[in-house]
Design a protein around this ligand. Structure first.
Ligand SMILES: [Zn+2]
Length: 119
C-alpha cells in the first residue's frame, strides 16, 4: 500500500530535547505525518543523514526535510559552537538541495531553553 509522509525530521539523540521537539512538531508541522531520524549530533555525520533522507523520499514521498541541531551537543565535543552548528546545517541544506532538488529544507538551531532559531 502506498503511504505518504509530509516530511523527514532529523534530530540529535539527546533525551533532554525530545519532548521539546515533539511539542514543536505538533504545533508547526502540518499535517503531522513525518519520518524521524535521530542521530547523535543531528547533521554532523551528513552521509548517513543523506542516506536516510533518500530512503524517506523513496518510500514516503516526503516534500520537506527539517534539520534540527542543538546547543550543548555532546556529539560535537570541543567543536560545539553556535557557529559550527550553523555551518554544518547550511552545508547540509546545500547538499540536500543539490541531491534532492524537489525537497524543501528547513534548518534550526535549538537552544537548551527550548527556543528554535531558524537558520
Ligand atoms: Zn546532541
Amino acid at each position: 500500500m502506498d503511504h505518504k509522509a509530509e516530511a523527514v525530521v532529523v534530530t540529535c539523540i539527546d533525551f533532554r530535547l525530545q519532548e521539546i521537539i515533539n511539542k514543536w512538531i505538533s504545533k508547526y508541522l502540518q499535517p503531522k505525518t513525518y519520518d524521524r531520524v535521530a542521530w547523535a549530533g543531528g547533521v554532523k555525520n551528513l552521509d548517513q543523514i543523506l542516506e536516510q533522507v533518500e530512503i524517506s523520499q523513496r518510500l514516503h514521498h516526503i516534500k520537506k526535510v527539517v534539520l534540527i541541531n542543538h546547543e550543548d551537543c555532546g556529539a560535537y565535543g570541543q567543536e560545539d559552537t553556535a557557529q559550527k552548528h550553523a555551518e554544518d546545517l547550511t552545508s547540509a541544506k546545500t547538499k540536500i538541495q543539490e541531491q534532492f532538488p524537489n525537497l524543501e529544507t528547513e534548518t534550526y538551531y535549538l537552544h537548551l531553553d527550548g527556543a528554535f532559531e531558524s537558520l
